[in-house]
Every structure is written in structure tokens, then in C-alpha cells.
Ligand binder design. Structure first.
Ligand code: HEC
Length: 145
């Protein structure tokens, strides 16, 4: 009887160990979105219509300078860059200044497995400001405030 209990305990430890090995990454680590194919959007984004005038300008700048990595409508692009329509980038976590700094200095990747963001040259602070307005409008329309 004692041996049966011992075996049961060993099996339980084995299962717990196996779970630790295969469990998904914890929130705030690297949200891998592993089931999304390379180049595909990482989250679903609904786009408010019409956009405010400022956001509409921001959308154009975003398409030209950011979407190649952050995806159409900031929905992310698997293998390239994260969705900015994501709780990680809500105003309380990444304020508007974080956007200006990201554009000016680049970003050392830390939340996602996509590597670093290089600085984006040639944008005025007004243009970055309009991109922020656009991203915030998308965030709000998708329940991220
Ligand atoms: C060459 C690809 C690429 C381009 C182009 C790019 N980004 Fe990024 N961006 C990334 C990656 C990769 C990260 C890092 C994510 C992480 O934390 O792992 C990132 C992170 C960010 C962050 C988060 C900064 C922080 O403090 O964590 C912001 C904000 C951002 N990008 C905004 C922009 C904006 C605005 C543009 C366009 C003007 C842009 N990015 C263009 C790849 C890119």
C-alpha cells in the first residue's frame, strides 16, 4: 500500500513538472501568438469611422512608416512587430512620450519576440503626435483605455 502511494506521488510530481515545461508564457512576458502565420495580423482591430481629422493624418503616416512592422491598423504583424492596439500599450503603460521616444531612438525589444525597433527618421513631432492620436482612437474603439 505504501508503495502505491509513493508511486502516485511521483506521478503527480512528474505531471506538474511536465506542465511547467509546456505551459504558455505568462502575461507580460513574450505573448507569442504562436498560432498566427508569419506576416499575418496578431489581433483583430475594428476601425472607427469616420476617424477624427488628426487621426486620419496619423493613419496615413502610420501606413507609410509604421505598418510594415506594426501591421495594418496597428494590428501587429507576426514576425515583424507587435500590435499597438494592445493592453501593453494603453496610455497608462506607454504614455504618448513613449511613442516619440520610440520613433527618435528606436526600442530595445522587451515585450515581444520580434527584436529591436530601429529609429524612424524624418518624422516631425507633429506627425508623431497625429500617429499617437490615431493609435489612441483605435485603442479606445477596441476597449483599451
Ligand atoms: C522595422 C520594424 C518597425 C517599424 C518600422 C516600427 N516599429 Fe515600433 N516597434 C517594433 C518592434 C520590434 C518593437 C519592440 C516590441 C517589444 O517590446 O518587444 C516596437 C515597439 C514600439 C513601441 C513601444 C515602445 C516601448 O517603449 O516599448 C512603440 C510606441 C512603437 N513601436 C511605435 C512605432 C511607430 C509610431 C512607428 C512608425 C513611426 C514604428 N513603431 C515603426 C518594430 C517597428
Amino acid at each position: 500500500m505504501k508503495r502505491v502511494i509513493l508511486v502516485a506521488i511521483l506521478v503527480a510530481f512528474g505531471l506538474a513538472g511536465a506542465y511547467l515545461l509546456v505551459r504558455p508564457a505568462p502575461e507580460g512576458g513574450a505573448p507569442a501568438a504562436a498560432d498566427v502565420a508569419e506576416g499575418e495580423p496578431i489581433v483583430a482591430v475594428s476601425v472607427p469611422a469616420p476617424l477624427s481629422d488628426k487621426s486620419a493624418i496619423g493613419a496615413k503616416v502610420f501606413e507609410a512608416r509604421c505598418a510594415s512592422c506594426h501591421g495594418e491598423n496597428a494590428a501587429g504583424k507576426q514576425g515583424y512587430g507587435p500590435p499597438l492596439v494592445h493592453v501593453i500599450y494603453e496610455p497608462g503603460h506607454h504614455g504618448d512620450m513613449a511613442f516619440l521616444l520610440a520613433v527618435q531612438n528606436g526600442v530595445r525589444g522587451h515585450h515581444w519576440p520580434f527584436g529591436n525597433m530601429p529609429p524612424v527618421a524624418g518624422l516631425t513631432s507633429g506627425e508623431v503626435d497625429s500617429v499617437v492620436a490615431y493609435v489612441r482612437e483605435l485603442q479606445r474603439a477596441n476597449g483599451i483605455e
